[in-house]
Design a binder for this molecule. Sequence first.
Ligand code: NAD
Length: 260
Amino acid sequence: MKPGKTALVTGSTSGIGLEIAREFAKQGANLVLNGFGNAQEIESLRAGLAKEHGIEVIYSPADLSKPAEIAQMITQAESKFGGVDVLVNNAGIQFVSPIEEFPVEKWDAILAINLTGAFHTTRLVVPHMKKQKWGRIINMSSAHGLVASPFKAAYVSAKHALLGLTKTVALETAEFGITVNAICPGYVMTPLVKKQIPDTAKARGISEDAVIRDVMLEPQPTKRFVETSEVAGLALFLTTDAAASITGAALPIDGGWTAH
Ligand code: NAD
């Protein structure tokens, strides 16, 4: 990542997105932060990153399930920075339930945030990237974009579909110096994963310890959680010139999960 580029990372107030934003800040990129949380904490994060790295950082509270708010966020980024050079579609939510009890509103919300939000941000940033003949789009899919697990119908569907979006936009933009890739992490211990432990225990009729040991770490041959810093390192690599020929790819970072 060259200093002075502008990166928009959706869902960057927590977990993987926050770590990616920090990594990009270290490289001297200007940032658009997005996501939910305590307003004071977000403001101190924004001001802290700007001061520590001598960069410009703005924050958008856009709800990724609301197309009008997404459009407003992109307009805000364009008027401050002239456009978005690196887009990371990272915001995401999870819900765990057997299909016959899966709440319809949870299905709709997961598809809206984890898939349709990325469609809207992408369609709105591509014109600037095409014009300048350079851009990087990174979609945060999951090992669950490549394989399924029970009780995650909406999440697995959205993450698989996000790979379809990734490949399609990669083909459309390949001659414009733009790359579009998906990162497919295995389990990373973030708030999103912590929150699903009790529901997974309930859906499977097992203890919370057994969820960590037998559900989350069992499919990961490394027997450890993937680190947020490892995912951020891969995202950073995808922004470099060395990664210019990687496009339309789904890159697993899952401790070997999808190898078996
Ligand atoms: P997290 O809960 O720590 O962070 C999610 C972020 O998305 C937060 O900043 C949150 O405020 C934001 N967000 C949620 N709903 C939003 C909305 N409607 N509008 C805008 N922002 C919203 O979770 P995480 O584990 O860091 O997940 C980040 C991404 O990585 C997600 O897409 C997730 O599916 C994916 N992922 C996570 C794991 C894992 O094991 N943690 C594995 C594979 C993929």
